[in-house]
Design a protein around this ligand. Structure first.
Ligand code: ADP
Ligand code: MG
Length: 715
């Protein structure tokens, strides 16, 4: 018996839907789907345009389309070997015959009836007069029966087919849509101002669009929601922090340090230090991010904060993600502060217990000093009521809770986070709504340029020679591959569906080139370049093994290091003179820039070679930017413009994101950068007017922000 619609609400469990028992519920759970609302927010990853109907005469080889064919003989099953069946179907249209083959779908034999006509959708292979289809989807076809042309393709899990998923989503939408507009997170004025459609139209349109224009409208609205909610969340959490009391520091002490520097500060350093000092002497807590490319001179800015704190009679803490980095900071600070009589302490895991004890005692004594360390600093055994500022280097390497924990050891402690991932100012405003941001967008003078080249496969011989030349000259070589094992192509699972971006073109995605894989690559290279020592490092290796390989590279035992993008941060190999990146077209410019930053750190003339698998104009234009500039901000800005903010952020995800509260499902597909800025503006407008989101029109938004889940907004 059909359940009454009124029994269900968006927050009802999926088991209330017809056809969902414990096993399907468990399968859905794997996709993070528990409620009807979750189903409504489970978006298609692509659409099949089954309205693109061709005839066997006109269709071309490799085309993905629909064919309306009549089955000419009863389908036959053949059992090839255990666990493997092949079903052969013969069909025809007015012009030609077509052979259809299904692998391991024996039920098809009884589903397809001789004499009936079906719409088959799939990739056609054609040679001469022969046409073939493999595993096409099919629907019964009648002249007078309306058929859906745009069919959603959902991310799936075992036990749920596309058809089942679409049916479940439809069932969920019946419930969700009836209350969607009355509990929309977007205030009416914002919908009007940015010409966004209603949420009910958007949900209907993203799942079951009538045409591509409808998908576009829906996608724009839902992506806006993602950005808007993201920015509102971070503004909302920042609003409560901002006005709490912070230790008042006499920041004029910073001048003593600056006067002693052997160089002139850059304009950006001067500006950032000014901002930090103003915060720390304001009487309110500082929550500031210092963002600047590697080598932009963040350390001295942090030192100004630390020095002022210690000279004002307090302590300061500096935390870095690895011992190497912490130790490096310790030496930097000793050098800067030594002549000024400020004591520096180092606290890292590898110290003896007795030494650690001594440092901890010094800290708890409350005497003015700066302590530099790793995670060891946030252990409970480290106690101080005198921390005036906590500096967190490579802040993305720590969880929000860890960052908070360091500062919360002392009441009223200021926080200065540092990040080396260049982010355009406009984007920083959206990403770091809960922090104030200082940007070091100019480099100290005198940095060496890394010469950069973009080449393709035809250069392979010359590349080999270039590697050998670098090694013979005493240099070392990094080679980065996009994957570990050869199987990891980035192709979609079926390979024959349309992505959202292709909608306007009604064309299947071009085949992706086979990606270079680190494992076989390293083996092949070693045999090809015989005599040169080649090492391999990737994310799936145990960390002890990784350390060993990395140490061999640092010590020069290995001349060439083949790796995936997971090369340890902070490891400095000044002798490295060549960075070669395979399938460079697969990487975002920001990633390429960071990889390139690993060479050119010593005296050697250094090079970066970007090897392209494909050679589309877009790719080359994009990579050409790498040749033109070494400026991380300019590169990030161009990257953002070309790929759009969603994609850009998806790649930076984990590197920079402040919270995982909002996941960008659609934003990653939106090429239009203005959408992010509109959403950021809108969020600022909302939170400026109503910082606690108390107004009645913000009730739904507030719930979404505090629950941290979009889907709950419509329950
Ligand atoms: P990062 O931002 O990567 O932490 P550092 O603070 O380590 O960069 O600075 C990189 C190098 O540049 C250091 O050796 C530092 O002494 C030097 N440096 C910093 N600021 C300047 C400047 N204004 N002029 C010249 N050299 C500078
Ligand atoms: Mg640094």
């Amino acid at each position: 018996m059909r359940q009454n619609l009124f029994d269900k609400s968006p927050s009802s469990p999926v088991t209330l839907l017809h056809g969902v028992g414990p096993s399907r519920a468990a399968a859905l759970e794997k996709l993070g789907i528990r409620t009807l609302s979750d189903l409504a927010y489970h978006f298609p990853r692509a659409y099949e345009n089954r309205g693109n109907v061709k005839s066997l005469l006109t269709v071309s080889d490799g085309e993905v389309c629909s064919l309306v064919l009549t089955v000419s003989a009863p389908p036959k099953n053949a059992y090839v070997r255990r666990g493997m069946t092949i079903t052969k179907v013969s069909a025809f249209d007015g012009d030609r015959d077509c052979a259809i083959t299904y692998y391991n779908m024996p039920f098809v034999r009884d589903a397809l009836i001789q004499g009936e006509t079906y719409r088959f959708y799939g990739k056609v292979s054609k040679s001469g007069r022969k046409c073939q289809l493999t595993n096409p989807v099919f629907e019964l076809w009648r002249e007078d029966m309306p058929m859906r042309d745009f069919v959603p393709v959902y991310p799936l899990t075992d036990g749920i087919s596309q058809k089942v998923m679409a049916t479940l989503v439809k069932g969920a939408l019946d419930v969700v849509l009836s209350s969607a507009d009355s509990c929309d997170i977007l205030p009416l004025e914002i919908k009007k101002k940015y010409s966004l459609c209603d949420i009910s139209y958007a949900l209907q349109g993203i799942h079951f669009p009538a045409d591509s224009a409808m998908v576009e409208k829906a996608r724009r609205r839902l992506a806006f929601d993602e950005f808007y909610l993201f920015v509102c969340s971070s503004l909302y959490s920042g609003a409560s922090k901002k006005r709490s009391v912070g230790v008042r520091i006499d920041a004029s002490f910073a001048n003593e340090l600056i006067d002693k520097l052997p160089y002139e500060l850059t304009v950006a350093q001067r500006r950032s230090i000014g901002e930090i000092c103003a915060d720390m002497s304001s009487g309110y807590k500082m929550t500031r991010l210092l963002n600047g490319d590697v080598g932009s001179g963040k350390t001295v800015c942090a030192a100004c904060a630390v020095y002022s704190a210690v000279r004002s009679g307090y302590q300061a803490a500096v935390m870095a993600p690895t011992e190497i980095l912490a130790t490096q900071h310790y030496h930097d600070f000793c050098e800067l502060f030594g002549p000024l009589g400020v004591e520096c302490l180092l606290l890292v895991g590898s110290l003896t217990a007795a030494k650690k004890m001594k440092i901890r005692e010094k800290i708890s004594s409350g005497e003015p000093a700066v302590v530099i360390g790793t995670h060891a600093l946030i252990e409970d055994s480290v106690e101080s009521t005198r921390f005036a500022v906590a500096v967190i280097d490579e802040q993305h390497r720590f969880g929000a809770a860890q960052r908070e924990k360091l500062a919360s050891k002392s009441e009223q402690c200021h926080i200065l986070s540092m990040s080396a991932t260049p982010i355009p100012r406009t984007l920083a405003l959206a990403l770091y709504g809960n922090m104030d941001v200082s940007v070091l967008d100019t480099m100290p003078p005198g940095r060496k340029k890394v010469d950069t080249y973009v080449v393709d496969e035809s250069y392979r011989d010359r590349l080999d020679k270039f590697i050998i030349k670098n090694v013979n000259d005493g240099g070392q070589v990094y080679i980065v591959c996009p994957s570990i094992e050869p199987s990891e192509t980035i192709e979609s699972e079926s390979g024959d569906t349309f992505s959202l971006d292709d909608l306007e073109l009604f064309m299947p995605k071009p085949q992706k080139p086979q990606l270079k894989a680190a494992e076989p690559y390293a083996a092949e290279l070693a045999s090809r370049l015989g005599g040169i020592t080649v090492g391999l490092i990737h994310g799936k290796m145990k960390s002890a093994e990784k350390d060993r390989v990395m140490n061999d590279f640092v010590s020069g035992k290995l001349s060439v290091l083949v790796s995936t993008t997971v090369i340890e941060v902070g490891v400095n190999v000044p002798n490295a003179s060549l960075m070669m990146i395979e399938n460079a077209e697969m990487f975002g410019l920001s990633t390429l820039h960071q990889l390139r930053g690993r060479v050119g750190r010593g005296e050697r003339k250094s090079y970066c070679v970007l090897v392209c698998g494909g050679n589309s104009a877009e790719t080359n234009g994009r990579l050409d930017i790498m040749k033109k500039t070494n400026d991380g901000y300019e590169i990030a800005q161009r990257d953002l413009e070309m790929r759009g903010p969603g994609d850009f952020m998806a790649e930076l995800d984990g590197k920079i994101r402040q919270s995982g509260a909002v996941d960008f499902k659609l934003a990653a597909l939106v090429g239009d950068g203005t959408l992010l800025y509109s959403a950021t503006d809108a969020a600022h407008m909302t939170v400026d007017r109503d910082p606690a989101l108390e107004l009645p029109e913000h009730a739904v938004l507030r719930r979404a922000v505090t629950d941290g889940r979009k889907a709950s907004a419509i329950s």
